[in-house]
Every structure is written in structure tokens, then in C-alpha cells.
Design a protein. Sequence first.
Length: 540
Amino acid sequence: MSPLRHRATYRPGRDPRAVFHPAPPPAHPAEGQDAARRVVVVGGGIAGISAAVALAERGVDVTVLEREAQLGGRVRSWDITLPDGSASRMSRGFHAFFRQYYNLRALLRRADPTLSALRPLEDYPLARADGPGDSFAGIPRTPPLNLAAFVARSPSFTAADLARVDLDQALGLLDLEFPRSFHDLDGVSASEVLDRLRFPAGARDLALEVFARSFFADPKEFSGAELLAMFHLYFVGSAEGLLFDVPRDDYDRTLWAPLGRYLHEQGGRVRVGASVTGVTEGDDGGLRVHVGEETLEADAVVLALDPPSLRDVVAASPALGDADWRARVGGVRSAPAFAVGRLWLDGPVRGDRPPFLGTSGFGPLDNVSVLERFEDHATTWSREHGGSVVEVHAYALPAGYDEPQVRRDLLAALHAVYPETRDLTAVHEEWLVKADCVLVGTEDWGSRPGVATPDPRVVLAGDAVRCDLPVALMERAATTGVQAADLLLTGWGLTGHGVWSVPMASPLRGVTGPARRGVRAARRVLGSQSRAAASRRRSR
Ligand SMILES: Cc1cc2nc3c(=O)[nH]c(=O)nc-3n(C[C@H](O)[C@H](O)[C@H](O)COP(=O)(O)OP(=O)(O)OC[C@H]3O[C@@H](n4cnc5c(N)ncnc54)[C@H](O)[C@@H]3O)c2cc1C
């Protein structure tokens, strides 16, 4: 049962300030219909599954068409066979399921009410090539205590650095309110935001490495508003903290196959291996969705696609939308390519290596995961073979990258971060280099295509779709999926679901006069704490 039905008592996480955004009211009383409305959802990633579930739960006749052999999209996983004949799994690798991902978690709860498929990771450590790393373990989760504790403890913020941070700019920039803040920072990049704050170099790395690069973008290209939305989501605007969970086993077994079964129980259908080539108008006012030679009739279509596929399907469907909307869809940008490598090593990495480690300054390497620490299939392989399953990620590869060189650089970086891997041999390697993620750039927020389109029968969902709530990536996909379904449902006079988000405004909003002096005093205290922590680190 949808947890949203118990809105009066239900909280999506620990933050009492989490906000429920109801669906629009039904446009008119529901008309008596002989047959259920037929909706085709194109794309079976998080956004498509989210839309399909929301529609099927309201009795809509839903068919999901997915090009690949599994649901899950960029978070899908698939079976592989290792050289010794044993079965294993591959995916695009490590994904952090943050506690603030309220709508994604509500989706997963449909098939797994206690979220037993997820396990928490205790920390989000960062290793830096040029100095001490950072850690988020044990930091309070409630703002602004979380920020104060992190700044006081982090070697990235020395007392001198702290004194240089432009406090007025900082308070001004963190005075966030959505969606206004998205528009206010039109044209401003993540790099420029940190320049304005006069952020210390170490803390810049932290902000950019942990946040901007995980958005597959060079910080100079990446939206400053999106970076600040991240600060809001994880630090100043939410009490859920920078804590996240990861699936206990491969994504298909733990997440998407169970959700596919749930969708089936709700009367929905999933067709995998079905690549949509275009959408045309039917003679009866409906739409026709083309899959090769086959045509499916639909009353409405949800396009829940990755950026290149969205551009392609819309380009191949001239009947959809108007010229302005089609141009805006055509303008959705793809982020630079990313690389994921998974290595089955013939010996173990050191016992104290964390499950996940963010890295900065080690060539193209952005993070390393030791999979046997959290995914059951890798734990089993590691136990049976005495080895480790290690995964490396590199985001925002430079234009014209050379794939063999990227692999060599990533392996060299792995050897630098975990030197014991130099003496280990990979009995199997899987590599993926793709460029199908969205680049949230500095272009005007309002110019991005949103969930609604000029045609009420066509809605968009996905992490490339504008959503005015402080959500991103997987959560933006899950949220826009529900919003797309709600737009169709309420347009037909049916009841929508609504979505949750972290608070829409920062608690630092309107910090003026005496309060600002209070913040200055707090900075002096933090400065002295920071000096004390630095001297403790030196004496260790
Ligand atoms: C390496 C990597 C790491 C990431 N880490 C994180 C993380 O830690 N946290 C986080 O929140 N996000 C992370 N992300 C981002 C996350 O994967 C995406 O935000 C999310 O999966 C997007 O979901 P979606 O449904 O919008 O799109 P997709 O998952 O791309 O779904 C689109 C679907 O459409 C299908 N399709 C395409 N064309 C057609 C067609 N013509 N016909 C039928 N089907 C079609 C595709 O096969 C796909 O299944 C990461 C992404 C990558 C690549």
C-alpha cells in the first residue's frame, strides 16, 4: 500500500520539516469510462517504473516498453559469466541511495516495505592525493549543527581559511528557497559559486569532488544552483544527513525485478527488449507508439528516457509538441562520458579498506568501492575465491579521451590509492564507458523541458526533466515519475499521489542583523575549534 495514503501520520524520514506536495486536484469529476485509460511508458528506468506504478495503482492500463533486457535503466544490472564459468553480475556500479530520496524510497517500499534490500554505509570518506582526507561519519545530522561540526573537524577548513570565507556571500548564497534559487543562479557555474564564497582550496575539492563531479560534469560547466541545491539537500536544508544506503545485492534481484512483479500485481505490463522508434497521432485522437513493425495504441504516453534517447525519440516523432518545446528537448545536454571498471582480483584488498571511498587528485579516479563489503554476490565470490571485487569510477572524462588510456590511468590511480592492488592480478575485468547522463549546465532553469508538455497526452519524466523541488539524480527521476503520472491522473479526474521533498527553504533564510552577528561569533568559535583540531591532528 502506498505510504502516501497515510499522509497525516506518515513521515518519509527523520526530518520533521520534510514537505508533502499534494498532486493537483482532479481537473473535473471522474468520467464514467467503459475501459481503463491506456498509457504507454517509454523507458523502464527509475522514472518510468515510478510513473507506471503510480498509474497502475489508480487502475490505469499501463505498459512499460524498455529497450534493454532488464528494468532499472542506468541502475540496471545484468548477469555475466567469469572465465572460470562462475556466474556474476555487472552494472554501472555504485549508487548511493540517500535518506533524503523520499520518493525513490517510497517507490522501493511498494515491493519491500521495510527496505530490507538496502544496507547502510557508515561513512562517505574522501581521500586526497595532496593531504588528509575527510569523513562524514558521526557528524550530527541536524542543521546547522551538522555544518558546524563538519567544518570544525574537517582538515579542509583551517582557521585561516574560515576567516577568508565571505560570510555575507555565504549567507546570501545559502539563503535558498526553491524554485526561486534555481532561477536566481541562471548562468552561474558551480566554480563561480565557490569563487564568490572564497572557499578554501581543500574545501573546494571536497565540494566539487563530492558533489559536482558526481553529476558527471566539469565544475565550470555545472550549474551553480544545482551545487547549492546539493548543499541544501545534504547540509543546510535537511536533517537526514549525508547518510546513504546501498543495495545488498545486485540491483536487478534486489530492486527492479521485485518492483516489476509488484507492477504486474497492479495489472501493469512490462516488455523488455522493446525499443521505441517513434510516437505518432492515431485517427481516433489517441497516440500510436511504434516498436519496430509493431504499433501500440495509447491514450497517453510517458517519455521516461535518458537524454540522448529523449532527443532521438522526440526528433523521430514530429507530431509531438510544438516547435518551442521540441527545440527545448533538443537542447537537453548530455554530460561528458563516464567510465566504470570492475575487477575481480586474485587476492584481497587490505581489511581496513572502506566499502566506498571518494578520491580527489588521483588522475581521473573519482571513487573506489570494495564490492564484497556490501553486495552479496561479490561477498560470495570473495569468500569462495579469496579475492576482492573492486570497482573504480571516473566521471566527466575529457573530450577526445582514449579508452585504453583511461583504463590504464584508472588502474594506476587504484594502485596509488590502495597500493596492495599492485601485487594482485585481475582474473576478470569489465569496463563500461558511456555518455548518457544529463548535464545540468548553466543555461536558464526555465528553458529546460518540464514534466508537462504542450500536448496534455504526453508527459516527461526522468533526471533530465526540470523539477522545481530540491531533488536530483535518482530522486529527480522518481519524483518526476510520480508527477508525470499525477498530471495524467488528475487530468482525467482521478486522484493523484503527491510527492515529498526536503524543506523548500533554508533555515538560514532571512538571517539578518543580530543573527548575522551571531553567525560571525559562531565562526570565531569554529575557528578556535578548527585550530584545536589541527593541533590534535599534528600531535597524533
Ligand atoms: C556511474 C553512475 C553512477 C551514478 N551514481 C548515482 C548515485 O550515487 N546517486 C544517484 O542518485 N544517482 C546516480 N547516478 C545517476 C542515476 O543513475 C540516474 O539519475 C537515474 O538512473 C536516472 O533514471 P531515469 O529513469 O531518469 O533514466 P534511465 O535510467 O536512463 O532510464 C531510461 C530508460 O529508457 C530506456 N530507453 C532508452 N531509449 C529507449 C527506447 N527508444 N525505447 C525504449 N526504452 C528506451 C533505457 O534503456 C533506460 O532503461 C549514477 C549514474 C551513473 C551512470
